[in-house]
Unconditional design. Structure first.
Length: 167
């Protein structure tokens, strides 16, 4: 719950809410999860890091961006889906396994200010590195075999021609 006021007022409100939950709903506030913080310090709620920051024109805005654990989780999933164990799979098969993860992650975080975070950290860092490493690993032997036959189709050119990524 968000409230405007002093820290002592927030602590009083927290105690009142705790009593109300205990009396009416037979529930208790979690000591680990319930804390009082200033919006400038930020807090994590349901995978979002919510914090007030200065904007480029001097105003102060509240941003909701994916939290570091949420980013680490999706990066780990993508790394697992594009790791060394997938070099025998075609690029299309790898992209078909990565797309649902990215689509679900972007659908969940679409309400926050996560466009820049998604593009720079996830797509650039992991997906395109995976495509590049796949291209060099898969095409080294075919380039050596077919160097006299002309250029080979690389994973990146296959991606740009035949497959469309929907994130």
């Amino acid at each position: 719950m968000l409230a405007h006021g002093t820290k002592s007022e927030a602590e009083t409100l927290k105690a009142e809410i705790g009593e109300l939950l205990a009396r009416r709903l037979k529930m208790t506030l979690s000591v680990e999860k319930t804390h009082i913080t200033h919006i400038d310090d930020g807090f994590v709620f349901l995978g979002f890091h919510i914090q007030r920051r200065p904007w480029y024109d001097g105003r102060r805005v509240v941003l909701t961006i994916p939290s570091k654990p949420a980013l680490a989780s999706v990066m780990h999933k993508i790394k697992k889906l594009t790791g060394r164990s997938t070099t025998s799979l075609s690029l299309e098969q790898v992209l078909r396994s990565v797309n649902p993860v990215l689509r679900g992650w972007t659908a969940y975080f679409r309400y926050g200010a996560s466009k820049r975070t998604l593009f720079s950290l996830v797509l650039r860092s992991y997906c395109w590195e995976a495509v590049r490493s796949r291209e060099t690993a898969c095409c080294r032997s075919s380039k050596a075999r077919s160097s006299s036959r002309g250029p080979t189709r690389t994973a990146a050119s296959t991606l740009s021609r035949a497959t469309r990524i929907r994130a």
